[in-house]
Design a protein around this ligand. Structure first.
Ligand code: KG4
Ligand code: ZN
Length: 315
């Protein structure tokens, strides 16, 4: 069965063709940083318009690369929540129309579940697992009992982890999206990292990052001559401490056999390293997707759809 996956929830248009739930026959992502960086953040209307322009050529390119025709498809899946409503609408309308024209099922996918589900591509994380999503718009913790069963345990009460990276990066004078340049700045720190308290909500599965954001901004206001790299490194260290504290709280309350993670913020090598160290110290298996599958992509949408059509154990 070949599934066409479509992703358009924010500022990436992505298309993937997944064969038999295991083999990626083609995958493409078209970013929009060129338009949004002019405004320091995503402009929803511009995002929708760009999705509309590129979705058809991107699909054509994927079919050509895979040497497949649309008639080969068994289902079409698209992220339908959460995200920017106009942007989501483009992908969903396109996917529904394609499925309708071909007379095959359309599968609506939760974007956050997809970020986690991609860990089941070519691997079999032991279940039940804790699922940690840290992306631009969300920070969420799930209990995952099967590749198609996700129970939300907690989420951010204010800013998401990626949103915090973007806002702190802006305060440091870095361009949007802020995660990659902030990571680079922090990696070059010569002075010791500035210490910030780990963000979070005590005795809860929830996250909270706005206190950390404010602490960094106040620090920069108070000490304009502060070494920016040391501030960036301190901020990253605090985010890592906040995430591991939340995971520790959850593994003490739920019997899990592994941790699966996903979302654009995990493109950060320092954070990946800190999560790996935490998991190794507790003897817990940690699964984090390869870089391209942490950031928004359509492979994850097709993988999540595969487990909807084909329950675990099927082929
Ligand atoms: O998952 P994603 O691609 O889109 C959403 O679903 O939101 O995540 C995008 C977020 C942005 O906030 C971006 O700054 C952050 O991921 N990000 C990073 C890095 N690369 C991307 N954050 C920290 N370090 C990075 N290297
Ligand atoms: Zn995402």
């Amino acid at each position: 069965m070949i599934i066409l996956g479509i992703e358009s929830s924010c500022d990436e248009t992505a298309v993937a063709l997944l064969d038999g739930g295991r083999r990626v026959a083609a995958a493409r992502v078209a970013g929009q940083e060129d338009i949004h960086s002019l405004y320091g953040g995503v402009v929803p209307e511009l995002a929708s318009r760009r999705h509309l322009e590129v979705i058809v050529p991107l699909c054509e390119r994927c079919f050509a690369e895979a040497g497949l025709a649309p008639a080969a498809l068994g289902a079409v899946a698209a992220s339908t929540r959460p995200g920017l409503s106009g942007a989501l609408m483009v992908g969903e309308a396109f996917a529904r129309a394609a499925a309708g024209a071909l007379g095959i099922p359309f599968i609506a996918i939760d974007h956050l579940e997809a970020h986690l589900a991609v860990n089941f591509l070519g691997a079999a994380p032991a279940l039940p697992a804790l699922g940690l999503v840290v992306s631009g718009g969300h920070s969420s913790l799930y209990l995952v009992s099967a590749p198609n069963r996700y129970r939300l345990l907690g989420e951010t009460r204010d800013d998401a982890a990626g949103e915090t990276f973007d806002k702190v990066a802006r305060a440091l004078g870095l361009p949007y999206p802020g995660g990659p340049p902030l990571e680079k700045l922090a990696a070059g720190a010569r002075e010791p990292a500035v210490r910030f308290p780990p963000p979070g909500v005590r005795d809860s599965f929830d996250f909270s990052f706005s206190g950390l954001k404010t602490a960094v901004i106040y620090h920069l206001d108070r000490e304009p001559a502060a070494d920016r790299a040391a501030v960036a490194a301190g901020f990253q260290a605090a985010v890592a401490a906040g995430l591991t504290r939340n995971l520790a709280y959850a593994v003490n309350r739920h019997q899990v056999r592994s941790v699966i993670a996903g979302g654009g913020v995990l493109a950060n090598n320092y954070l990946r390293g800190r999560l790996e160290k935490w998991a190794a110290g507790r003897n817990i298996a940690l699964h984090v997707p390869v870089l391209a599958e942490c950031l928004d992509n359509a492979v994850m949408v097709a993988v999540r759809a595969w487990f909807e059509i084909q329950p675990p154990g099927g082929s």
